[in-house]
Design a protein around this ligand. Sequence first.
Ligand code: NOJ
Length: 717
Amino acid sequence: MTLDEKIGQLAQVNAAGGHVPDHLRDAIREGRIGSVLNEVHVDTVNEIQRLAVHESRLGIPLLIGRDVIHGFTTVFPIPLGQAASWNPTLVEEGARIAAQEAAACGVNLTFAPMIDISRDPRWGRVAESLGEDPYLTGVLGAAMIRGFQGDDLARDGSIAACAKHFAGYGASESGRDYNTTNIPENELRNVYLPPFKAAVDAGVASLMTSFSDLDGVPASANTFLLKQVLRDEWHADAMVISDWESIKQLAVHGFTENDRESAYQAATAGVDMEMASTAYADHLASLVREGRISEPTVDAMVRNVLRVKFRLGLFDNAQTDAAAYAPAANADHLHAAYNAAVASAVLLKNDDWALPLHVESLDRIAVIGPLADDPYEQLGTWIFDGDAAHSRTILQSIREFVGERATVEFARGVQTTRSRSHEHVAEAVALAARSDVVILVLGEEAILSGEAHCRADITLPGAQQGLLEAVSATGTKVVLVLMAGRPLALELAVPHASAMLYAWHPGTMGGQAISDLLFGVVSPSGKLPVTFPRVTGQIPIYYAHKHTGKPATAESFIHMEDIEPRAHQVSVGNTSFHLDAGFTPLFPFGFGLSYSHVEYEHMQCSTAVLTMTGRITISADVVNVGPRPVEEVVQLYVRDLVGDVTRPVKELKAFTRVQLARGERRHVAFTLTARDLAFYGRAQRLIVEPGRFHVWIGGSSNPELRAEFTLVDDTAR
Ligand code: NOJ
């Protein structure tokens, strides 16, 4: 390969969509392009590949990239919703179907999974994430990678995955997208990096750098991340791709003087491929000629790109035979999307068994709200290829389910989730007043979350709170269904609903899933992958926080309204809380109700002493004491009581799903080894420390049962 041909492999350029313009045709023929993104017309992709393979000197096929984030034509729940299923099998299946539908169009690289730990729901990209927890994100991210890539990347229907955004993007200051991040190395290693390590271990084909800077060094020029961690410590051979123009933006950050220096910094830090901008194309060759960048450095970059192409089998066949694939959005795909939407919904409140609804006892059902019958908004963010024509809305599905058995009437209530006008509220109130139950569907439209769509106040937007209160004031039972791309701060909403079902943006089959959940055809089993704050000002609030030296307790908390006038300031005996919001979330991580009731009993540890080479089995009985069958996500949390660095009050270490018939009891056991208790200490090395551990088993991060064991170092002489 000539130097120019090598540099060509490092360029990813945007497509024109549906045709190959002359400049692209020439660039491909001349070997100046290694990858194209955003082309999904299969004939155009085939033409692009034909040009690369048959009309360029070296005949190297191209990577065809696309944001296939939560489905392709068939849209699955947003990733945060899928995470609420706590079901790696479902998540893997969703990615598999997305891969097949995308591969049928010639796509061979997706920019997913997004595994940025997200502890700030103001950040719009929390929707794309798998939530706040490193372990859950790692498990589900690896499942997505398996789904996209299959066992063999070369097989039809497998596409290369891309773990993004490496790293720390979720810590964008104040939840404002693209903002700076400052993460101490220890927190980075213990919280933000583990999902990426899990992705590398799962064989992810590529990683994408983040737009953000990390402790003053932009991720796209971050030698520490890209060389020390990724290559030297993890020995990853995945391709590293920049984000859109993020190499060019190094100069905008004020990290480099110009594009040429940006190319230098990114290449020496270890970014293999440049997305969209042309700093490499314009400057790498002269940087090599000048001796500032060595040719072996470029060779290593090219090798990382070519390796993905070889693994994808593109050198054997780069053409796509669309007819060889099952049609998109076929019945099987829609059924899988339905299952995912059912599994992702989280029941947050259910007073007096308000749900499930019994259609026989209802004459008039009111469906109200701007999201109840909107085939597009329920799909959520990042649905470039989603087709709303396949969507099943809540209103449609309820009408179909109820049939002639009751009257179903609809009122929008407010025009959009954002509109402030109360013009249509009276009509909704009148409908509520003449109905036996109100199914009120509120939340956020798709465009209020996702990239660049952040909110400083995450309560229900627009006039929706007013609508909720007015409808609730009629005295008719209100079942509140929420569709949103983030956890909303719902403290003010809770008192006005008998039941609350959080559906996220549930995708193509969301309406049918929700209707079936409301009427008890299926039961809710989702658990929150992220903490729900009471009010926005509590952010960041997450379960795996530090204990602090002055932890809050129910006894020490005092609400500001209860403070005496002219009270004296005291500086002893105080603890860590907000005077107006306390110290607990509205709904904790891991929480979710069902249509039954589960109890936990008889927790046991197989040993009181775990050795460095041994294992401990921690178990409990899980009993369904409620009126219906249940699928429960049983969660195991650990606390390391004393550490080389302060440790979180709880960390999720394992979970499993159990299905229990009415009255059924199951013994659920988890096995841990010393490795599971490892963390990065002050020297930023992974260590396992002897000492006492608390361990919990339960149905949320406020788990029911606790035990204790001690880890001893039996290897020391
Ligand atoms: C920018 C986003 O940050 C990234 O996640 C996405 O994959 C690329 N654009 C390509 O669309």
